[in-house]
Design a protein around this ligand. Structure first.
Ligand code: ADE
Length: 252
């Protein structure tokens, strides 16, 4: 995968040289280039912003440097982090991980002149993505988050690919709690069942924990979990945990 990041703060992206994203780059799975938007300014002050048409607070990023920057990096899928974008999910991470060329446009101030996005959308797919319902100073941190979520899905990056199937959000449920050695720590014991060696019971326990956590913490996720994927044992666990799950409608 190739990823071009256009920003006025190239230094923000130092974390993407570390850890597994750094390893993916070193392995050649990810070719990530960070570009300074000011490269494409032509005035002595290297200006990238101006006051908004129609008035209002703050500044808006001017279209000219963006137009040139996007031409320089070529076409792909343009990703624009923005609080007005679609909320980022694991499903988006999987979709993006399947793309060949990502271009990230990091907006600052009140955002980028809309014509830049409209013009780009006429020749390539554009995704405006929000990290959540809050406002950041700019898109840089969002790009780091998106790239981290995406890079771990690229082939060969995670040693144990099966860990992807079971993790939180992949299956529409939150993951069960995890434990390691020692078995007893500060008078707190690892649940007996996890030390039993009974794989059937362990799987059941994890499934129950997963359902109860999701029902308690993320009623929204539980509500969209397919009812037909809940078997009798699942319903029993939820029922005993005090969660009422409506049974699927019986076909007439
Ligand atoms: N830029 C500013 N706020 C943002 C958010 N919540 N998500 C993505 N990009 C942003």
């Amino acid at each position: 995968m190739r990823a071009d990041v256009i920003t006025i703060f190239p230094d923000y992206f130092a974390p993407l040289e570390l850890s597994l994203v750094g390893k993916a780059r070193a392995m050649g799975v990810l070719d990530l280039q960070v570009h300074d938007l000011r490269t494409w300014t032509s005035d002595v002050h290297r200006t990238v912003d101006d006051t908004p048409y129609g008035g209002g607070p703050g500044m808006v990023m001017r279209p000219e440097p963006w137009g040139q920057a996007l031409e320089a990096v070529g076409d792909g899928t343009l990703i624009v982090p923005s609080p007005v974008g679609k909320p980022f999910t694991q499903a988006d991470a999987y979709e993006i991980a399947g793309l060949d060329h990502l271009i990230f446009a990091c907006g600052r101030y009140e955002g980028i002149d809309q014509r830049v996005i409209d013009e780009a959308a006429a020749r390539m797919p554009v995704r405006e993505i929000s990290l959540g319902d809050y406002v950041l100073f700019g898109g840089e941190v969002a790009v780091i988050v998106i790239m981290e979520a995406v890079t771990r899905l690229l082939p060969g990056v995670l040693g144990n690919a099966s860990s992807l199937d079971e993790e939180s959000h992949a299956a529409g449920l939150l993951e069960a709690p995890v434990y390691t050695k020692p078995a007893s720590w500060r008078d707190r014991e690892v649940p007996e069942i996890l030390r039993s060696g009974d794989h059937g019971k362990i799987a059941r326990w994890r499934r129950d924990q997963s359902l109860l956590r999701t029902a308690a913490r993320r009623p929204d996720m539980m509500a969209s979990y397919p009812r037909e994927s809940l078997d009798k044992a699942d319903r029993k666990a939820l029922d005993e945990g005090g969660f009422r799950i409506t049974p699927p409608a019986v076909a007439e």
